[in-house]
Design a protein around this ligand. Structure first.
Ligand code: PMP
Ligand code: G9A
Length: 408
């Protein structure tokens, strides 16, 4: 008889939800289908030749350090060059390297933040929709999620204020608001500067922290304001997280958190028991990448590649999706978010879409209030332009078929 493991599992495992994105990734790897699902960068965006040279040089020249254990907070030299990079590219002036902790991707930053800030029942404010792997990371600590809708200018700060008033009246403890202000995953929208300023005012008034997830801040292909919320932060309320996944390579697993030192001290303690430290080899490679300006040289090409793909997808949606559909027009990032006519349940439709050779992420798991049944997230960075056209055509046809069988 095979052993049954349920009685051995911790209570916490009940709150560990499988990510729809990761599950779909497994499926897409097995079958040859067009994936508009996971947010994978275009492999042609990786600066492979430069990275090959740098990797060889790093091992030859710095091998004794790059192949060794490193401090939990991150390789000192990396944090020093990173300080210069964030100042130059995002205008963020980090007071000292002790305000930076290097993480194994921003997913780990989210996990660290969840474990160190949330107690069961605390209010965590998230966007409607919000990044699903962040929701899953926070869920383990069993917060009370309060969802704040988005519109084309990002977070609805007016609704946020109403919800804050209500939570305060009810005596709830509000810990933080998690936001992806630029080229939102999945909604594709960008927060206006006025709203960023208002958000900071509200955080001061209602005394909560802001977790600013800036993974797409450098991946914007239109002329729009991309000032990080962090720049308006006067009292150290903004915990800024970013990553090298979308601007260099996700395989290196390099992310970082910038926050006030006392918070970073706590984050460091949490990370110690997670993985001791982020790959030293990746950090040493990144030092050379930053010193040689590889990202800044490569980014214009990547932005252009994605801008073209976004336009191909927008045109294909326009041409193929049924009447009554709506979709975002992102200024950057990797995703378009679409609302199909209300009759469609995109969760139920997914197996049929996969059967016909195309995958997307159903929108519902991005909404903590259980809404979003008729929404879907469509990735344009990974598929080729041809596959985008084909994939959207298949999807559009399927949506129309589905509507006609229900309403003949
Ligand atoms: N935050 C957001 C908003 C993301 O879209 C992603 C990746 N899709 C992540 C965090 C995690 O990225 P990584 O761990 O590769 O840095
Ligand atoms: O592969 C992942 O899980 C990272 C991508 C995230 C996304 O699709 O939003």
């Amino acid at each position: 008889m095979k052993l049954k493991y349920d009685k051995f599992l911790s209570n916490l495992t009940q709150f560990m939800k499988a990510s729809e994105i990761r599950e779909l990734l497994k499926l897409v790897e097995k079958k040859r289908i067009i994936s508009l699902a996971g947010g994978l960068p275009d492999p042609n965006s990786f600066p492979i030749e430069e990275l090959a040279k740098i990797a060889q040089e790093v091992i030859e020249v710095y091998g004794k350090k790059a192949l060794q254990y490193a401090p939990t907070r991150g390789v000192t030299m990396f944090r020093e060059v990173l300080m210069g990079f964030v100042a130059k590219t995002r205008g963020i002036k980090v007071p000292s390297i002790e305000s930076i902790i290097i993480t194994s991707g921003s997913q780990q930053s989210l996990d660290i933040i969840s474990r160190t800030l949330i107690d069961p029942g605390d209010v965590v404010l998230v966007e409607l929709p919000s990044y699903l792997a962040a929701i899953n990371a926070f869920k383990i600590q069993r917060p009370e999620f309060v969802g704040i809708p988005l519109d084309n200018n990002g977070l609805r700060v007016d609704i946020l204020e109403e919800k804050l008033k209500k939570a305060k009246e009810e005596g709830k403890k509000i810990k933080f608001l998690y936001t992806v202000p630029i080229a939102h995953n999945p909604a594709g929208v960008t927060m206006s500067i006025e709203r960023k300023k208002r958000l900071i005012e509200l955080a001061e008034e209602y005394d909560f922290l802001i977790v600013e997830d800036d993974v797409y801040g450098l991946l914007v292909f239109e002329k729009v304001d991309t000032t990080p919320i962090k720049l308006f932060d006067k009292s150290g309320r903004v915990i800024y997280i970013a990553s090298f996944s979308k601007i260099l390579s996700p395989g290196l697993r390099l992310g970082y958190i910038i926050a006030e030192e006392p918070l970073v001290d706590v984050f460091e303690r949490a990370k110690q028991s997670m993985d001791l430290h982020t790959s030293s080899l990746s950090q040493f490679i990144a030092i050379e990448v930053l010193r040689k300006g590889v990202i800044e040289k490569n980014l214009p090409r990547v932005r252009e590649m994605y801008r073209k793909k976004r336009d191909v997808m927008l045109d294909a949606i326009e041409e193929n999706f049924p009447e009554g559909s709506l979709w975002s027009r992102p200024v950057g990032g990797l995703f378009i978010f679409a609302w199909t006519p209300k009759e469609i349940d995109t969760y139920k439709l997914l197996p049929k879409a996969v059967e016909k050779g195309v995958a997307y992420v159903p929108g519902k798991p991005f909404f903590v209030d259980g809404s979003g049944t008729n929404t879907m997230r469509l990735n344009f960075s990974y598929p080729t332009e041809d596959d985008i056209k084909k994939g959207i055509e298949i999807l559009g046809k399927l949506l129309k078929e589905e509507l006609s069988t229900r309403y003949p």
